[in-house]
Design a binder for this molecule. Structure first.
Ligand code: M6R
Length: 352
């Protein structure tokens, strides 16, 4: 059942701390701080290709950055495009990111990868799924069953599992910081779950026709996912952009009627550049909602602030996404939408 929540989606949003603990349990050594993924630790790919759809593709985009930071070339493909292109395989590991393990586009991309001689790994929530059975290896995200069509806890768990995957098969200097950030992740999510700002933001902008989401680096997939969640459950136009792309076209759409959600964490060069973009939308009178850990001065340009605890950037991206899940949920709820079963959508898309 829904355990007292109005919708499975809200229940599953609130289950994220527990889902994340399950994902991490037994995989990060209590004393050593080493990541142990069993046999997967023996994989030594020279390159990694991800194939995935929808929310899982956003997780894949995030993961490419983790591998690149560890010096391993990585690319993410929309699974439905992988079969029609001819990407180089070389000695690549091809990773299918799929909650259900049954998405037709992802399964056929993985089959194509195997035909090309690649080793394959399924990152999935579902033991015994087709992806898990057909791939050479499987990494389970252990999020527990997700009933709402909108992926929420499984996205967070995918991000955690993909961090573990990177740590398990590569080694870089700041691994210890990432690991300690990951250990804090469940409580960092817990901290913001009962934040009332997401609901206030939803109330303020429930009648907007269009919502924009921007971010850079790890916060770029967060922007894409924020927009996907908003459009699928509110039925309103929402779009996510790499913050730097704004002035290459989308800025023409920005008016006082288009709230812009800007995720800015840390206070580095990337944060400063995104703040530059925030100033551009503010100058067009667009309402600005900053999703931030308060490290930079982005709050100065924001009408609302959705808080993220001060933590590792990889972890901050996960928490920022939870804030955006809450905004989408409350907006859809205020509009009376069919949140757990949005029109035209299915939980598992088994046709190409
Ligand atoms: O089961 P999968 O992860 O392969 O599903 C892929 C997409 O259909 C899925 O992530 C979809 O985009 C979400 N349900 C949207 O919330």
């Amino acid at each position: 059942g829904k355990s007292g929540y109005d919708h499975f989606m809200l229940k599953e949003i609130h289950e994220q701390p527990r889902a994340l603990r399950q994902c991490l349990r037994g995989r990060v050594g209590e004393l050593t701080g080493e990541v142990d993924l069993g046999d997967l630790g023996d994989l030594t790919p020279r390159a990694v290709q991800f194939v995935a759809c929808g929310t899982s593709y956003h997780a894949a985009l995030y993961a490419t950055q983790l591998f690149q930071q560890a010096g391993i070339p990585a690319q993410a493909f929309l699974a439905s495009e992988y079969t029609t292109s001819t990407p180089p395989i070389g000695d690549a590991l091809v990773v299918g990111v799929t909650q259900s393990g049954e998405t037709a586009d992802t399964l056929s991309a993985l089959r194509e990868a195997r035909r090309r001689g690649a080793r394959t790994l399924a990152v999935t929530n579902t033991v015994g799924s087709t992806a898990a059975r057909e791939c050479d290896h499987a990494l389970y995200i252990r999020a527990g069953p997700e009933i709402g069509v909108a992926a929420t806890k499984t996205f967070a768990s995918q991000l955690a599992a993909l961090n573990l995957l990177t740590l398990g098969i590569t080694s870089v200097d700041d691994d210890r910081e990432v690991i300690s950030g990951l250990r804090d992740l469940p409580s960092a999510v817990q901290e913001i779950l009962d934040d009332s700002v997401a609901r206030e933001v939803a109330e303020t902008y429930r009648d907007a026709e269009s919502y924009f989401f921007i971010g850079r680096g790890l916060n770029y997939p967060v922007a894409l996912e924020g927009a996907l969640k908003m459009k699928e459950i509110t039925y309103k136009h929402a779009e996510g952009f790499a913050a730097g792309e704004l002035k290459h076209g989308p800025l023409a759409l920005v008016t006082e009627n288009t709230p812009v959600f800007a995720t800015v964490t840390g206070d580095d060069e990337m944060a400063r550049k995104t703040i530059g973009n925030v100033k551009e939308v503010e100058a067009r009178d667009a309402p600005v909602v900053a999703v931030t850990d308060g490290e930079s001065d982005v709050e100065r340009y924001a009408d609302h602030v959705l808080e993220v605890p001060d933590t590792h950037p990889r972890v901050a991206a996960v928490v920022a996404n939870v804030q955006l899940q809450l905004v989408a949920y409350h907006t859809a709820n205020m509009l009376g939408r069919s949140i757990d079963k949005p029109r035209n959508l299915a939980k598992s898309v088994t046709v190409e």
